[in-house]
Design a binder for this molecule. Structure first.
Ligand code: GLA
Length: 372
């Protein structure tokens, strides 16, 4: 940590300690679950000292936002880029945090060479198996004993419960999942291993993952956790569906993890209908259409903020109710200004999905929670 960072962390800590008692989120939930945040490289590099203070004070777990993804860490065959991931791990070690690795096998942010031969055709199953094994051995092996757990397979299943037709599935079929878990366990027998996906509240995904996890266990493979990403919105998920998934996932004997929490405050965008048609528009038409989706560019109106906080309080109440099943709640970022939701699924929006606002203030629902 450089001097400036130490100073800024101290200033914040002192500011807190001068008020009667310091209440941190991680202490508040210490008997319930770990509290985590996804960390971007600029944060690890000391370029966001205020966010660093927040993370150091309130969180006891971190996950790599991007720097451990396949395309980042092995951009060319056999050429690994370790600098950012090394710094990320060191950051967590210095703060005695539970460090989570993300993600070993995922169709997105996958290095283009990975499933292809030199002519651009799919490699054979044998070659892909070897590449998966080499990748997993190298990455997991490098951080053996330092990473608490890995997202081994990410986003393998479609909403209807069928397998996503990723390059891994196309070439290896369903078998790629057990193989990935086998390799990860061989590379670090003590690391926890997780499977992770979005929209885990949907019945199709719920049933598919319960089956996959039970099958892995039947084969004697290690799996410790089911990650529910939880990129949620004001109108989804239905709480009873969300709760049912928590209960059913815990029924497999795995820990449930809320792995990528954020709740958009903006109108939900229908990907195919809204975004698809927008791409076919002329630029000026698109700007007009954007307004419909970027409704709070200058700040969240009070009533919407209240609605967001009330709903987040409900979500948190659900997690607390099932604290015996949930081992970690990780936010996908720290402050609204740095959230990927500002750029997805439509670029250039102003969203308000995280635990701290753009001025680094904790959201009211959590302040209230800490007061209790
Ligand atoms: C998915 C991935 C994450 C991240 C988010 C959005 O949920 O698992 O790594 O890319 O999308 O940023």
């Amino acid at each position: 940590m450089n001097k400036f960072l130490i100073l800024s962390s101290l200033t914040l800590a002192v500011a807190f300690s001068s008020s009667a008692e310091i209440k941190t989120v991680k202490d508040h939930f210490k008997d319930d679950f770990l509290i985590g945040a996804a960390i971007p490289v600029r944060h690890v590099n000391g370029l966001d000292p205020k966010a660093d203070s927040i993370v150091s004070l309130h969180f006891n777990s971190i996950v790599a936002e991007n720097c451990m993804k396949n395309g980042e860490i092995q951009p060319k065959e056999g050429e690994f880029f370790w600098d950012d991931a090394d710094k990320f791990v060191k950051y967590g070690e210095d703060r005695n945090m539970a460090i989570i690795g993300h993600a070993l096998v995922w169709h997105s942010q996958l290095a283009p060479w990975f499933p292809k031969d030199k002519d651009g055709n799919d490699v054979s199953p044998e070659v892909l198996k070897q590449r998966m094994k080499d990748h997993i051995y190298a990455v997991v092996g490098r951080y053996k004993g330092k990473i608490k757990g890995w997202d081994v397979v990410n986003e393998a299943i479609e909403d209807d419960g069928s397998y996503r037709k990723s390059p891994f599935y196309r070439i290896l079929g369903e078998e790629y999942i057990p193989l990935a878990f086998q390799y990860a366990h061989e590379a670090d027998p003590d690391a926890e291993l997780y499977i992770n996906d979005f929209s885990m509240f949907k019945p199709g995904k719920r049933e598919a993952y319960v089956k996959i996890v039970n099958d892995l266990k039947k084969r004697g493979l290690r799996i410790d956790g089911i990650g529910m990403q939880s990129h949620i919105g004001m109108d989804y998920p239905e709480m009873y569906e969300y709760e049912k998934s928590i209960i059913d996932f815990a029924g497999t004997g795995c820990n449930v993890m809320i792995t990528e929490l954020d709740m958009s405050a903006l109108p939900t965008v229908q990907m195919s209908a809204d975004v698809g048609s927008m791409f076919r528009m002329k630029p000026e038409e698109r700007r007009e259409a954007m307004k419909k989706f970027n409704v709070y560019p200058d700040g969240l109106p009070e009533d919407v903020s209240k609605e967001w906080n009330d709903r987040m309080a409900q979500v948190l109440a659900l997690y607390k109710k099932h604290a015996d099943k949930i081992s970690r709640v990780t936010w996908w970022g720290t402050t609204d200004g740095m959230s990927w939701k500002n750029g997805f699924p439509i670029p250039g929006r102003t969203d308000y999905p995280l635990l701290f606002d753009r001025q680094y203030n904790m959201k009211p629902f959590m302040q209230k929670e800490l007061e209790n």
